[in-house]
Design a protein around this ligand. Structure first.
Ligand code: DC
Length: 232
């Protein structure tokens, strides 16, 4: 059976990566977390003093792009890939709040987006990829056979993120996380290059009141139908 590409876009903390990972596993597809790529570039910028307040300051990062090497390395114990920045496993650091606070700014830069989108398109060339992000169904794979757009209320999303961060031992407050969720929504939706928006032919999925099992069941069945249609 020929494989398809699956694009999962939506607001931050809507559980895109959870469903993308589950779906990839169920279908035997490769999961690609594009947020991890923007986060790793942001970590590089933070470490090199390249996070500025103005767009002009931030643009200094563009001259560093050729020096930034990103790699997904499969971790067999975990069952998914981890992000390596210039040979270093940065998986933990890129998920922490300091990076979350800066990443949307970095993701507004056209040169950063161009570099990462080209890498993502290369990964999807042979199909069989489940990719999550903000612009996958609109820019990276406009021809993806199956597109999902995930939403949930900002409060639901902030609470999920807050619990996740506490479990990881981070010292954060719910209010701080909610402010970050709203801030990222605003920047992601209003930026000039590839703003977050639902692709015309994407299925919208609000999971505010849905359990993980029901969500996987419904999305998996949709995916099977799309695979059948594509192979018909
Ligand atoms: O999915 P995430 O929260 O790990 O993404 C981190 C940030 O990266 C998010 O604020 C928006 C940006 N991003 C993007 O602009 N385009 C993508 N394809 C993925 C993430």
């Amino acid at each position: 059976m020929g494989k398809i590409n699956i694009a999962i876009d939506g607001y931050s903390s809507t559980g895109k990566s959870t469903i993308a990972k589950q779906l990839a596993k169920a279908l035997g597809y490769i999961y690609v977390d594009t947020g991890a790529m923007y986060r790793a570039v942001t970590l590089y910028a933070m470490r090199h003093g390249l996070i500025g307040e103005t767009e002009e300051e931030l643009k200094r990062l563009v001259t560093h792009l050729p020096k930034i090497n990103l790699q997904f390395v499969h971790n067999a114990d975990l069952g998914f890939s981890e992000m390596y920045l210039n040979g270093e496993n940065v998986e933990k650091e890129i998920r922490a709040l300091p990076v979350s606070k800066q990443v949307s700014k970095v993701a507004t830069l056209e040169a950063v987006r161009k570099k990462l989108v080209a890498m993502q398109q290369e990964m999807g060339k042979r199909k069989g990829v489940v990719m999550d992000g903000r612009d996958i169904g609109t820019d990276v794979f406009p021809d993806a056979e199956f597109k999902i757009f995930m939403t949930a209320s900002p409060e639901t999303r902030a609470f999920r993120r807050y619990k996740e961060l506490l479990e990881k031992g981070e010292k954060v407050t719910y209010d701080e996380v909610l402010v970050n969720v709203r801030y990222r929504d605003a920047i992601d939706s209003n930026r000039k290059f590839s703003p977050l928006k639902k692709a015309e032919n994407a299925i919208e999925f609000d999971n505010s009141d849905m359990g993980l099992e029901e969500q996987l069941d419904r999305i998996y069945n949709y995916a099977l139908r799309k695979i059948e249609e594509t192979n018909a």
